[in-house]
Design a protein around this ligand. Sequence first.
Ligand code: ARG
Length: 494
Amino acid sequence: MSTSSHSPSASPSHNQLDTKAQAWSALFSEPMSDLVKRYTSSVFFDKRLWQADIAGSLAHADMLAAQNIIGADDHAAIQKGMAQIAQEIASGAFDWKLDLEDVHLNIEARLTQLVGDAGKRLHTGRSRNDQVATDVRLWLRDEIDLIANLLVELQQALVATAVQNIDVILPGFTHLQVAQPVSFGHHLLAYVEMFARDAERMQDVRRRVNVLPLGSAALAGTTYPLDRERVARTLGMVDANGDARVCQNSLDAVSDRDFAIEFTAAASLCMVHISRLSEELIVWMSQNFGFIQIADRFTTGSSIMPQKKNPDVPELARGKTGRVVGHLMGLITLMKGQPLAYNKDNQEDKEPLFDTVDTLKDTLRIFAEMVGGQLNPTTGAKEGGITVNAQAMEDAAKKGYATATDLADYLVKKGLPFRDAHETVAHAVKAAQSHACDLSELPLAVLQGFHPDIEKDVYEVLSLRGSLNARNTLGGTAPAQVRAQIARHQARLG
Ligand code: ARG
């Protein structure tokens, strides 16, 4: 079967979609005002979908030809025209027209200009509604793959830094009060767990993104004998078995943007994790902590205070988290209350989605480098990651009676009920505070004053290292456990 042009252009003078008013039909008696054109057009942001748009069109044309809906000559003309358009866009020569509203109409109009009627036949059995939903999904799928790689790189940077810091001790905090000593490697690996879950969430979202709306047409499906599964396979929208994944309800396919919302939710969580890490880097860098330094290229100076080196990159990442969470709120509110099927509201999905992707990618890239350093091509080693002041960390861990729990546990092992041991140690801490010293600095006789069962071996228990080694349960901070975590991550991340 071969159709003649089903384009709305009835007037003989109208051979191509030169202006937006012409894009619709002869029905329109007055042109759009410039303000309305600017208000409704999306081309200046959705042009970034051009590769997905062309890929979708080529897959559609291939199927139309295979189904004898268009002829082989038209198919060849479309392929040739699209190749030229791709080249024009890539080289910057393409003339994007605001008048043509969006990426879809711009490319289609140019195709018709280049190949005539074949270009007009491309839109057979298709609507911009299923076209845009397909484009966004294709684009987002590829972006998710890039994000997945960046998440691996960030995790690798954190693991590599953890390897260097298994035996470095810093105070672990609860309520930002010194709680118990922990290995700095262990601390970093906590973030690896978070980013590993973020990566999992991205993969899960990808499964629902990678489904084909095309073939749903405007909202109800189409009268042409389309082979939607062929299009899905051409576009790589397949499951693990290679079976085509096609949206099963046309109304849903053209209208829902839940996949974009889900993605932005996963991105928001990832940014929240970045933001937590940022906050710690900022605190650790402050003179009052002095635990770490980040390379100068991630900091800025002050125009007035010559001594300053400000952690701008982590601060901005913390700030940009608000921006991404804002996009999530924007998208989810955009969807709320929309009746079936497509509504123009959905054009508003793009800027928040694009900005979420850009922000997340830049942030992950910069964090991987800030934490793990950059590859030196001559030595093959990473250089310029975070610099750790192990002494400052240890000194800080000694300050807040971080081993008080260890003393309580020691007394429990001597037979005291935990609650009594807890109370006894509180008295010991009070005494140490009044002498402005650590528990480990109290003489044995003084300690024995709190409980007669305390012996010389208590000093090992009160040491930071003793405390660390003792927390040897699965997932604990003992170096043996940290090594086990590292091995697991290395095997997983390659
Ligand atoms: N630019 C539009 C969007 O992003 C494309 C779909 C337009 N469809 C329509 N029926 N006006 O949503």
